[in-house]
Design a protein around this ligand. Structure first.
Ligand code: SAH
Length: 568
């Protein structure tokens, strides 16, 4: 996506199966884009949606570039109510379902024509460009490429109108991308395109563009650090849009104030190993930059735009995520976002596959042959190098899954780089909750969650806990109820439970819930046999108040009332 000033990956929206092939060609062009297909009409999309109009409006308002494979009219009608501020909108394009036409509709300042040309080139069709300035000059002057920022949009619009009206222009400063543009250039022109860092208002005859070539080194966090940086830039007579990134010592990587400051200023925060002096640290990060000190901060001005990704390194991130039971709709949006940001993905192959599809640049580590602690350490090793790492669990990562192992690995480690990693645990819908929801509300009152696996704890503990939980009349949710290596345990567990519960107690068996071929059964405790259960089953055993009622579709609702009878 070089040259495109996009903040977000595009969404490719399709309404029918016939568009999928074109959508996939577009995805090759924009590998980070995801294909959204209408539920029930499209198989093989990355995600599904119910309503075309509300999906489109939601993406538009979230500033997501939209490529819709349908008639332009449908998109115009759908977005009409959301169109308000033309200066801040994402690119919106329509592409004919057979790939024979591409029409940029909205987002001229967000680079829609650049995308239209890229798509046109990929599909071997001409892009339907209608923007006058763009047609005349072959580029949108108001949308400079990555590394450059326009000083004043309104001023810029007037400037482009002047050029369209016949004025000629000359260029001051370094603007390599304009070399290909067909500008009415004239060394004696009154109108100038000025490329420079300095802070000053654009003159009437000028298009002022700031190269993002400034770095400020920050050594500590303070409440007013953002203001402090702004003051330093003012003192140095540098325009704020010229700021490309902040640089700090990697010892300060975890300080929240630094990250907030970078966010407030809308720039990247990068880290370097502390050299002998701050000046040396900056010198190593942006060789050849002009250094000066203002308001006690070190300001570095490079001769060309700075690519923050090339400066020092970023803070590594490790997210332990829960996929939910399996169905994409049951995955929380924060998890989806994290998966799209991931550079490395670790987990059991089945779960990693469930979390996909992934882009070719994402590294998948299928770690079936490793035990949990080893996988957790591997994740930290990668994140401590500055990478963005995701560890995948099914259901919720904190329920008999990777989150605790990751924290244990961190607890054991004395490596400061591991402790500075941005660690996030993102929840998911656990199997007991997904199963309960399908059965009704069996967990509607107090309940107890247990793993019946004695791989990591002695069997005697399991029996004691079962006995006490059953005695306390808690609803019981069993994870890992049985496996080939643990064939007899479930039978013994049920014997313990039966000491305290009547044979009529409802039991819910959810197998592969939220996955293809899911089954849900309701039996009684008396009927329940270990053969009805396997390692992909969730077992919910009711309490004395759990009851059932018939569903109109022939099934059974199971619920545990909120109240509990008073006991003498
Ligand atoms: N972290 C997971 C649980 C891992 S333990 C979660 O929160 O759901 C694995 C056990 O969870 C399995 O043996 C099974 O008992 C249960 N389980 C996981 N996914 C399931 C599903 N989709 N349907 C039914 N049970 C499931």
């Amino acid at each position: 996506m070089a040259g495109l000033n996009l903040r977000k990956a595009p969404a490719i929206i399709i309404l029918g199966q016939a568009s999928l092939a074109t959508a996939q060609r577009l995805q090759q062009l924009y590998p980070e884009a995801s294909i959204h297909g209408l539920n029930g009409r499209v198989a093989g999309a990355d995600s599904g949606y119910e309503s075309f109009g509300s999906t489109l409006r939601e993406l538009y308002l979230q500033d997501t570039p939209i490529i819709a494979l349908c008639a332009a009219g449908i998109v115009i009608r759908s977005l009409a109510s959301a169109l308000s501020d033309k200066d801040v909108e994402p690119p919106v394009l329509v592409v004919a379902e057979d790939g024979s036409a591409v029409v940029p509709l909205l987002g001229g300042l967000g680079g829609v024509n650049v995308m239209a040309r890229e798509i046109g080139a990929a599909l071997s069709v001409a892009a339907a460009i209608t923007t006058s300035g763009e047609l005349r000059f072959g580029t949108c002057l108001l949308n400079p490429p990555v590394g450059y920022a326009l000083a004043d949009l309104e001023q810029g619009k007037r400037f482009v109108s002047d050029l369209l009206a016949g004025q000629s222009v000359r260029i001051e400063g370094d603007a390599p991308w304009l070399a290909q543009a067909q500008l009415p250039a004239d060394a004696a022109a009154q109108r100038t395109i000025h490329v420079g860092c300095e802070a000053r208002p654009a003159s009437r005859d000028e298009l002022l563009i700031h190269p993002r070539s400034v770095l400020v080194a920050v050594s500590a966090e303070s409440a007013e650090l953002a203001e402090h940086v702004r003051a330093a830039l003012r003192e140095a007579n540098i325009a704020e849009p010229a700021l490309a990134c902040l640089l700090a010592s990697d010892q300060h990587m975890a300080l929240p104030g630094l990250h907030q400051t970078a966010q407030q200023l809308g720039v990247a925060l990068r880290f370097a190993a502390p050299a002998v002096s701050l000046a040396e640290m900056v010198e190593q990060s942006v060789p050849g930059a002009r250094l000066s000190e203002h308001s006690g901060l070190l300001v570095a001005v490079a001769s060309a735009p700075i690519d923050p990704a090339q400066v020092g390194r970023g803070r590594g991130r490790l997210a332990v995520i829960g996929l939910g039971p399996g169905a994409a709709e049951l995955m929380v949006p924060a998890v989806k976002r994290e998966l799209s940001l991931a550079e490395d993905v670790l987990g059991y192959e089945t779960y990693v596959r469930m979390a996909g599809p992934f882009r070719p640049d994402q590294v998948l580590h299928n770690t079936d042959n490793r035990e949990e602690m080893q996988r957790a350490r591997h994740a930290f090793e990668l994140a401590a190098q500055g990478r963005s790492v995701v560890v995948v669990s099914s259901g919720d990562p904190g329920v008999f899954a990777m989150a605790a192992a990751v924290l244990e690995a961190l607890h054991e480690s004395t490596d400061p780089a591991w402790h500075q990693v941005d660690l996030q645990i993102l929840p998911g819908v656990s199997a007991s909750l997904a199963t309960a929801a399908q059965a009704g509300a069996p967990l509607g009152h107090d309940f107890c969650v247990m793993s019946l696996s004695d791989n990591l704890k002695p069997w005697s503990i399991i029996e004691t806990r079962l006995d006490l939980a059953a005695q306390a009349d808690l609803v019981l949710a069993f994870y890992n109820p049985i496996s080939k290596a643990r064939p007899w345990q479930l039978g013994v567990a049920l014997d313990v439970v039966r000491r305290h519960r009547s044979g009529a107690t409802p039991v819910v068996l959810g197998r592969d819930i939220g996955r293809p071929g899911q089954t849900l059964r309701v039996v009684t405790l008396a009927e329940l046999l270990p053969e009805m259960v396997d390692m992909r089953t969730m077992v919910l055993v009711g309490s004395s108040t759990t009851c059932t009622l018939p569903r109109a579709d022939g099934g059974t609702w199971v619920y545990t009332p909120r109240w509990y009878p008073a006991r003498s």
